[in-house]
Design a protein around this ligand. Structure first.
Ligand code: GLN
Ligand code: ZN
Length: 764
C-alpha cells in the first residue's frame, strides 16, 4: 500500500491563535501556562484535522512558539552566554534569543535571523563555538509525539538533522577565527543519540529527520560527516526518513543512497527532473522513497494526473510498499485552510488548495496509487480533472496588451540616461542633502489606530474620504516627527499599507486576495501573500497621491516608496503556468509607470525595495546566472525611466551578498540601504574589494527588536563603516522599516541616529 504523508503543518492556527497568544504573553496578559494551553489547542486541531483527511503519516514535533531551529538550539543547550544568568525563565530566555529583551534592567539584543533557504520564513541562527556544551535540555519531538498520542493520533516526529543544524549555524563571537560549526559534530551526536533513543523507547516507528542542506552545492563536501552521523544514529533510532526539500539532490544522491536510512524524501515540485536518478540510485537498497508531489510552497490545486504519473513511475521501479506520497516540504509556507476564505468567487476557490486541502490531496493520490476502489476517491479524481481543465482554460486567455508590451522591452529601457558619477552631481544640486544624509527605510510604526482605521474601512464603518483624512494626518505626524528629530531625506511612513506586497497587489490587475491566508514570516510576524492569477498591469497610480501629499507638507525632500518586481513576485504566490521572469517583467512595467508618475509629481528620490532579490536566488549555483539576469534587468526596467536628477534607492533586508556583488552593482541604484547592524565588517570589506561605486547606507541599528540602540553604539557602527567606505558614499539609516516598532523606541532610536550623524559630520 502507498502511504501518504504531510511533512509539517502551519503552526499559526486557522485564526492566528498562536500569534495572539504569544503576543499576549509578551505583553504580560497571558501566563506561561495559558500560552502552553493555547498552543496545545492549535496542535490538537492540526493533528486531528490532518488525520481526518486520511493522511497516514502525520507530523509532530515541528510546532513552534517562535521558530523550530530556535527550538532545537534551546533543546540542545545552544544558548549564547549573553542570555544566561539574567534571572529569566527558560521560556523567556527562548523569546529573548528570538526577539531580544529590554525590560527590568535586562538589555539583550536578539540572535541573528536568516532566511530559511529560498523561502520568506526566517530562522534564528544557532551560535556555536569550541565552548558549546551540548546537552538535551528537553525532547520536544518526544513531548509532542506523546501529546498527539494522548489525542489518539500516532504521529511521525520531525527533527532537524545534525549536519544541517550545524551547517545552518554560525561561529559565535568567542569562537576562534578558523572555527567551523561542523567541527562540533562528534560532540553533538550523543545528544541526537539520546533524543532518538528516547523516541524509539516511546514506541516511535519512524522519524522524519530533515537534512535540507542536501540540496545545496556545499553538501557535497560534507559526505563524510553524513556517513559518520547516520552510521552512529541509525542503530539506536527509529526508522529514519531522511528528508530534503526545495531543490534537487544532484550528485549528492550518490552518498545519500549509501546511508543507513529507511526512507528518503525528495521534492518533486521544485525538482521533478530528479526522480529517475534518485530511483536508480536507491533501487538496489531497501530505502522507501517519499515523493513530494503536493507543493508546500504554493497554493494551486494539485494536478492529480501528473502526480499519479510520478507515483506510478516510482511504484513500477520500487513497488507500492516502497513509495510514499507526500507534500513537497512542510506546509508551513502555505495558509491553513481555504474554508476561512469567504470572499473568493467559486471560480477562484476551485483553483486553490491550502494546507488542510493539501493534506486531503496527498491522501487521495496515495489511495489512487494503492488501487483504491472507493467511489469517493474516484469522484475526487474526476473532480480534480475538471478543476484542472478549467484552470488551464483560464490560463490560456491572456492580456494581449501586456504581453505585447513585454515583447517590446528594449535594452535602452534598462539603463539610466547617464552613469552614476554624472547623476550624483546632478542629484546633489537637486536634492541638496548634507554630508552623511540620514533617512529611514520607509515605514513608521503601524499603530493600533492605523490598523483599526483600515479595518473600519474594510467593514464600511468609515468612508473612503474619512479614511483618507486619517491617513493624511498620520503622514503629517510622521513628516513633522522627522523634521523635528532632524532627518534629512524624509518618507511618508507607509501608513496606508497593510503590507509592502499586498498593498501593491491590491491595486494591480492580475492578483487575487485572501482574507485569512496568513503565512508565518518570523516569530509572531505573519504575512498574507497575494496570489498572481493572470497577466499583471497597473490600472492607475498606486502611491502618487500619498507621496505628493507628504511632499506638500514639507520643504525637505520626500522619498517615494515602492516594492520591487522581484520582491512582489517572491512574496506573492506566483502562477505556475508561466515563468517567473515573465511575471517579473509584467510587474516591472507597471512599476516603471509608477516611478515615472512619482517623478512627474515632484518626488525627487524614489526607493524601490528589493529585499527578496537574494532570497529568490536558486539554491543551486548553476541556476544563478539565469535568475540574476532577469531579476536585475527587471529591477532596472522599473527604475531606469527617470531623469538623472531623480535619486533611485533600493533596500535589501538581508545582506548575504558575498557571491552576487556584480549583480548588486549592476542594479545601478543611486543609493542602496542594507541590513548591517548584526553583520560583521567582512560585508563592507567585500563592498570595498569589489569596488562598489554607488552610495550605500549600511543599517546602523537592528529594528527587529524593540531595544533602543545608544548613540555610542551607533557611533561605533559608523566609525567602523567610515573606516571602509568613502565618506561621500555613506548614507545613515536603520536596518529596515519601522512598521513593527512602537513610537517610543522609534523616537529614541532615531534621535540617537541623528545625533550620531551630527557627530560624524563634525568629526569624520
Ligand atoms: N519600505 C519598506 C518598509 O520600510 C521596506 C520593508 C522591507 O524591506 N521588508 O517597511
Ligand atoms: Zn528591510
Amino acid at each position: 500500500m502507498v502511504l501518504s504523508s504531510v511533512l509539517g503543518f502551519p503552526r499559526i492556527g486557522a485564526n492566528r491563535e498562536v500569534k495572539k497568544a504569544v503576543e499576549a504573553y509578551w505583553a504580560g496578559k497571558l501566563s506561561a501556562e495559558e500560552l502552553t494551553k493555547a498552543a496545545a489547542e492549535v496542535k490538537k486541531t492540526s493533528w486531528t484535522s490532518v488525520k481526518a483527511k486520511g493522511v497516514d503519516l502525520v507530523s509532530s514535533g515541528e510546532f513552534s512558539l517562535y521558530d523550530h531551529v530556535l527550538d532545537h538550539s534551546a533543546s540542545f543547550n545552544v544558548i549564547p552566554k549573553r542570555y544566561v544568568g539574567l534571572g529569566l525563565s527558560d521560556l523567556d530566555v527562548y523569546f529573548a534569543m528570538g526577539r531580544g529583551r529590554q525590560a527590568d534592567g535586562v538589555d539583550v539584543p536578539a540572535c541573528e535571523m536568516k532566511k530559511w533557504f529560498d523561502s520568506n520564513y526566517h530562522f534564528v541562527v544557532p551560535e556555536l563555538s569550541e565552548e558549546t556544551q551540548f546537552k538535551l535540555n528537553f525532547n520536544k519531538a518526544l513531548e509532542e509525539y506523546n501529546e498527539a498520542k494522548a489525542h489518539g493520533i500516532v504521529t511521525r516526529p520531525v527533527v532537524l538533522g545534525p549536519v544541517s543544524y550545524l551547517v545552518l549555524g554560525k561561529a559565535a563571537k568567542e569562537a576562534k577565527d578558523d572555527f567551523e560549526p561542523i567541527s562540533l559534530l562528534s560532540k553533538l551526536l550523543p545528544v541526537y543519540k539520546q533524543l532518538l533513543t528516547d523516541l524509539k523507547s516511546a514506541g516511535v516507528e519512524s522519524v522524519q529527520i530533515e537534512e535540507p542542506i542536501l540540496v545545496l552545492d556545499k553538501a557535497a563536501s560534507f559526505d563524510k560527516q553524513f556517513a559518520i552521523a547516520y552510521a552512529e544514529l541509525a542503530p539506536v533510532a527509529p526508522k529514519l526518513v531522511l528528508t530534503t526539500y526545495f531543490a534537487r539532490l544532484d550528485s549528492n544522491i550518490n552518498f545519500v543512497a549509501k546511508l543507513p536510512i529507511a526512507g528518503l524524501h525528495i521534492d518533486l515540485v521544485r525538482a521533478p527532473g530528479q526522480l529517475d536518478e534518485v530511483v536508480a540510485a536507491i533501487k538496489p537498497t531497501n530505502i522507501v522513497l517519499s515523493l513530494g508531489v503536493v507543493s508546500g510552497r504554493n497554493i494551486w490545486k494539485n494536478d492529480f494526473a501528473a502526480s499519479i504519473k510520478f507515483g506510478q513511475k516510482a511504484i513500477d521501479a520500487l513497488g507500492q510498499d516502497r513509495v510514499i506520497i507526500a507534500t513537497s516540504s512542510s506546509l508551513l509556507h502555505t495558509p491553513v485552510t481555504l474554508a476561512s476564505e469567504k470572499k473568493l468567487t467559486e471560480q477562484q476557490r476551485d483553483w486553490f488548495s491550502f494546507a488542510l486541502e493539501k493534506a486531503g490531496e496527498v491522501a487521495t493520490i496515495a489511495a489512487v496509487l494503492s488501487g483504491s476502489q472507493d467511489s469517493a476517491i474516484a469522484a475526487a479524481l474526476e473532480a480534480n480533472k475538471v478543476s484542472i481543465g478549467k484552470r488551464r482554460e483560464f490560463e490560456a486567455t491572456s492580456d494581449d496588451a501586456v504581453r505585447k508590451r513585454v515583447a517590446s522591452i528594449t535594452p535602452e529601457m534598462l539603463n539610466r540616461k547617464s552613469p552614476f558619477a554624472v547623476r550624483k552631481e546632478v542629484q546633489a544640486k537637486h536634492l541638496d542633502l548634507p554630508k552623511f544624509p540620514t533617512t529611514t527605510i520607509g515605514s513608521f510604526p503601524q499603530t493600533k489606530e492605523i490598523r483599526t482605521a483600515r479595518a473600519k474601512l474594510g467593514k464600511g464603518e468609515i468612508t473612503v474620504a474619512e479614511y483618507d483624512e486619517f491617513i493624511k494626518k498620520e503622514i503629517e505626524t510622521v513628516v513633522r516627527f522627522q523634521e523635528k528629530v532632524g532627518l534629512d531625506l524624509l518618507v511618508h511612513g507607509e501608513p496606508e499599507r497593510n503590507d509592502m506586497v499586498q498593498y501593491f497587489g491590491e491595486q494591480l490587475n492580475g492578483f487575487v486576495f485572501t482574507q485569512n491566508a496568513w503565512v508565518q514570516s518570523y516569530g509572531s510576524r505573519y504575512v498574507r501573500p497575494p496570489i498572481i492569477v493572470s497577466d499583471v498591469s497597473r490600472p492607475g497610480p498606486m502611491t502618487v497621491k500619498w507621496s505628493s501629499y507628504a511632499q506638500s507638507v514639507t520643504k525637505k525632500p520626500m522619498k517615494g516608496m515602492l516594492s520591487g518586481p522581484v520582491t512582489i513576485l517572491n512574496w506573492s504566490f506566483p502562477r505556475d503556468d508561466v515563468t517567473r521572469k515573465l511575471q517579473s517583467q509584467q510587474l516591472a512595467l507597471a512599476l516603471r509607470d509608477e516611478v515615472i508618475d512619482l517623478e512627474k509629481a515632484g518626488i525627487s528620490a524614489i526607493q524601490v525595495d528589493e529585499p527578496a532579490i537574494r532570497e529568490g536566488l536558486p539554491l543551486r549555483r548553476s541556476d544563478w546566472d539565469e535568475y540574476l539576469e532577469w531579476a536585475v534587468d527587471t529591477f532596472k526596467l522599473s527604475t531606469a525611466g527617470v531623469t538623472d536628477a531623480t535619486q533611485t534607492h533600493s533596500h535589501f533586508c538581508y545582506s548575504d551578498f558575498d557571491d552576487i556583488f556584480p549583480s548588486i552593482q549592476r542594479l545601478d541604484a543611486d543609493v542602496i540601504s542594507i541590513e548591517f547592524s548584526k553583520s560583521d565588517m567582512k560585508l563592507l570589506h567585500t563592498f570595498k574589494q569589489y569596488g562598489y561605486s554607488n552610495q550605500i547606507g549600511p543599517g546602523v541599528y537592528d529594528i527587529h527588536s524593540p531595544r533602543v540602540p545608544s548613540e555610542a553604539e551607533i557611533k561605533d557602527r559608523l566609525k567602523a563603516t567610515l573606516a571602509i567606505i568613502p565618506d561621500h558614499l555613506v548614507f545613515i539609516n536603520p536596518d529596515c522599516g519601522l512598521k513593527t516598532r512602537g513610537w517610543k523606541e522609534t523616537e529614541a532610536s532615531l534621535a540617537n541616529l541623528v545625533a550620531a550623524a551630527r557627530w560624524a559630520r563634525q568629526n569624520a
